[in-house]
Design a protein around this ligand. Structure first.
Ligand code: FE2
Length: 387
C-alpha cells in the first residue's frame, strides 16, 4: 500500500489497563492508588445475580460504601440522577462500575454529577467539563463497547426518545480491569453482538476522517483478534483464552475510536437504537457492510487494509475488490454467529426509515465519515439497503 503524508494528530490514552484472570480481586489496591475511601459499586440486577457483585464487594472490603444496581439496558438520564442522589447520600468519593456499556455510561454520568452537580443534560456535547470528575474504575462484563477506555457516554432521554451524547476527555475512566473470568458467562448472542460493536469501532477508526497512525495500529490488531476469537467465544463461552483476546481487542478498538472517532455506521445505528430500541451491537452489525459498500469509492485503500487484517484479501485483488471482500466477510461472520442481517428483522418499520435518515444527519459521528453526507437521501439509500 502507499503511505501518504500524515495530517497533524493528537493521541491520548490515559487509562491504566489491568489484564489477567482474577484481576478483579485486586480492585482494592486500585481504589487506594486513586485516593478513594468510599467506593460505590454501580451495576445492574442481572450482574448481581451472577455473583460478581458479591465478589467485588469482598475485594473492596471496608472501602465499599454501597451498591447501586438500578442501571437498565438503555442507560437513562433519570437513572443517572437516581444513582447520583444515592451516591451523594453515602458520601461516595470513587465509583467502581461493573457491567456492560450502559452500566459504564451510567457511572460516567454519575461521576459528572458527583463533581459538578446540576443538570446532566447541561454536559451533553463536546468538551464541556472544565476539571477532572470523580475517579472511576471500570470492570466491563461485555466485550465490545470499549467504554472502559473511551471519552464518550451515550445516555438516553427516555422521555424525548433521543440519545444524548457526552464526549469529554475527563470522562475517560482512570482504570480498566479486564478479567476473562468476568466475561466467561456472557451468552452467545450478546457475545456476538457486542463483539460486532468492537469490530465496528476498529473499522470506523480506520475509515474516519480523523484517522491517525497510532489508532490504525490498534484497530488493525483489534480486527485480527476479533476475526479469530469472536467465533470461538460464541461457540464456547468458557474458552478463557479467546475471551481474554476479545477483551483486549475491544479495548484496543475502544482506544482507537476514542482518538480517531467513528462515522456513519454509528450515526445510523444510534438513530435506530434511539427510535426503535435496536441493540447497539446488532444495529452496527447490520449496517456496517452496507456502509462499507457506500463509502468504498472514497477510500478503497483503507478498506483494503481492513480486508487484509480480516484475512479476506486474496492475492491479485484490487483495493476496491478487497473492500468488497471485507463487506462480504462481515456478512458471512454475522450469519455464522446467527445475528439478524436486516433492519426489518429487528423491529424497524419501513415507513420509519425516512425519519431515521433525517435524524441521522444530526448525529455527531456522521461528520467523521469518509464520504461527506449532507442530504438525507444518502442516509436513506443505505437504510433501505439494510432494511
Ligand atoms: Fe459502538
Amino acid at each position: 500500500m502507499a503511505y501518504t503524508r500524515e495530517l497533524s494528530f493528537i493521541y491520548r490514552d490515559p487509562t491504566k489497563i489491568i489484564f489477567g484472570e482474577n484481576a478483579v480481586d485486586n480492585v482494592g489496591a486500585e481504589v487506594d492508588e486513586l485516593g478513594g475511601t468510599k467506593a460505590l459499586i454501580v451495576t445492574d440486577e442481572g450482574i448481581v445475580k451472577t455473583g460478581l457483585v458479591e465478589r467485588l464487594e469482598k475485594a473492596l472490603g471496608d472501602r465499599c460504601a454501597g451498591i447501586f444496581d438500578q442501571c437498565t439496558q438503555d442507560s437513562g438520564v433519570h437513572i443517572v440522577e437516581k444513582g447520583y442522589e444515592f451516591a451523594k447520600g453515602k458520601g461516595v468519593d470513587i465509583l467502581v462500575s461493573i457491567g456492560g456499556g450502559s452500566v459504564i455510561d451510567t457511572a460516567k454520568g454519575m461521576a459528572i454529577l458527583l463533581k459538578e452537580g446540576g443538570k446532566l443534560s447541561d454536559y451533553s456535547g463536546f468538551q464541556l467539563l472544565e476539571r477532572p470528575i470523580t475517579p472511576h474504575i471500570v470492570i466491563p462484563t461485555t466485550t465490545g463497547t470499549g467504554s472502559e477506555v473511551t471519552y464518550a457516554a451515550v445516555i438516553k432521554d427516555h422521555t424525548a426518545k433521543t440519545k444524548l451524547l457526552f464526549c469529554d476527555t475527563y470522562l475517560i475512566p482512570n482504570v480498566a480491569i479486564l478479567d476473562p473470568t468476568v466475561v466467561a458467562g456472557l451468552p452467545p448472542k450478546l457475545t456476538a453482538s457486542t463483539g460486532m460493536d468492537a469490530l465496528c469501532h476498529a473499522i470506523e477508526a480506520i475509515h474516519s476522517l480523523q484517522r491517525e497512525p497510532i489508532a490504525d495500529a490498534l484497530a488493525l490488531h483489534a480486527i485480527r483478534l476479533i476475526m479469530t476469537n469472536l467465533p470461538r467465544c460464541v461457540e464456547k463461552g468458557d474458552d478463557l483464552v479467546a475471551r481474554g483476546q476479545m477483551q483486549i481487542a475491544a479495548t484496543l478498538a475502544g482506544i482507537a475510536f476514542s482518538n480517531a472517532q467513528v462515522g456513519m455506521v454509528h450515526a445510523l445505528a444510534h438513530t435506530v437504537g434511539g427510535k426503535y430500541g435496536v441493540p447497539h451491537g446488532i444495529a452496527n452489525a447490520i449496517l456496517l457492510p452496507h456502509c462499507i459498500m457506500y463509502n468504498l469509492g472514497e477510500c478503497p485503500d483503507r478498506y483494503a487494509m481492513v480486508a487484509e487484517a480480516m484475512g479476506a484479501r486474496k492475492a491479485g485483488m484490487s483495493d476496491m475488490e478487497a473492500g468488497e471482500a471485507a463487506a462480504n466477510a462481515i456478512w458471512k461472520l454475522t450469519k455464522k454467529m446467527g445475528l439478524p442481517q436486516r433492519l426489518r428483522d429487528v423491529g424497524v418499520p419501513e415507513d420509519g426509515l425516512e425519519e431515521c435518515a433525517e435524524a441521522a444527519l444530526y448525529d455527531g459521528s456522521i461528520v467523521y465519515n469518509p464520504k461527506t453526507i449532507i442530504d438525507s437521501q444518502e442516509t436513506l439509500e443505505v437504510y433501505k439497503k439494510a432494511w
